[in-house]
Design a protein around this ligand. Structure first.
Ligand SMILES: C[S@@+](CC[C@H](N)C(=O)[O-])C[C@H]1O[C@@H](n2cnc3c(N)ncnc32)[C@H](O)[C@@H]1O
Length: 223
């Protein structure tokens, strides 16, 4: 198993003419969704599917750096049942921590089961557009990661910047169709860039097709 580019806790393995992405399983023997577990030299890895995770899609599309490392604290908005959150949990390790926010009781129930094994995930049932309802439960973080299919994605993202450390990184996954079904995705991404540039410094950007059609990812820093 070889490290994937300069991403310390992400690995790659050849498969046919291509390759797959993996993270080291911090809970050996346990799957989170239906990901294959692969052993190499006594270490267990979990396959990270770019069709199931926008962050894995961004890595496959050649994003320069996701700025997430061992021991980081992460505020994850729209964690759902923990697919991507579980790979972040592998990357940050047991000294890192994820505040995993979602407003759907159904998915948070699944997330609670994931967090039973993964002690670095705290599920929080809350609406990310109302940070005042959970600010007491979280500390400042190194990374904000947002994957919320809502019209007000940008407002929610920027509304949570108060939790980001000064040198922290904020990652926004944008689903164009949720912002405005009538507009072309390229137009939505352009408008989103203009909006974000007013309040943040965008350091990287990728469109995520064909893994995630009509989605893009922005990597931002505080201005
Ligand atoms: C596309 S799914 C997230 C998938 C997940 N990030 C992953 O990669 O495993 C979007 C999630 O955002 C949640 N969501 C949407 N609006 C929200 C809000 N205002 N506050 C919290 N969660 C929200 C939904 O309940 C849903 O679980």
């Amino acid at each position: 198993m070889k490290q994937f580019k300069n991403f310390k806790a992400v690995y790659e393995k050849p498969r046919g003419k291509r390759f797959i992405l993996l993270t080291k399983n911090i809970v050996p023997g346990k799957k989170v969704y239906d990901e294959p577990l692969i052993k190499d030299k006594g270490i267990e890895y979990r396959e990270w599917n770019p069709n199931r995770s926008k962050l894995a899609a961004a890595l496959m599309k050649g994003i320069n750096d996701i700025h997430i490392k061992e021991n980081d604290y992460i505020l994850y908005l729209g964690a759902a049942s923990g697919t991507t959150a579980s790979h972040l949990s592998d990357i940050i390790g047991n000294k890192g921590f994820i505040y995993a926010v979602d407003f759907s009781p159904r998915v948070v129930r699944d997330l609670v089961f994931v967090a039973e094994n993964r002690k670095n995930i705290a599920p929080i049932l809350a609406d990310a557009s109302k940070p005042e309802t959970y600010y007491k439960n979280i500390s400042n973080v190194d990374v904000i990661y947002q994957d919320i299919a809502q019209r007000e994605q940008a407002d929610i993202f920027l509304g949570n910047f108060k939790f980001l450390k000064n040198n922290g990184t904020a990652i926004l996954c944008v689903k164009a169709r949720s912002v405005d079904i009538a507009k072309k995705p390229k137009q939505i991404f352009k408008e989103m860039r203009e909006r974000l540039e007013k309040e943040t410094k965008i350091i990287d950007y990728k469109e995520l097709g064909p893994f995630e059609k009509d989605h893009a990812i922005f990597i931002c820093k505080k201005k």
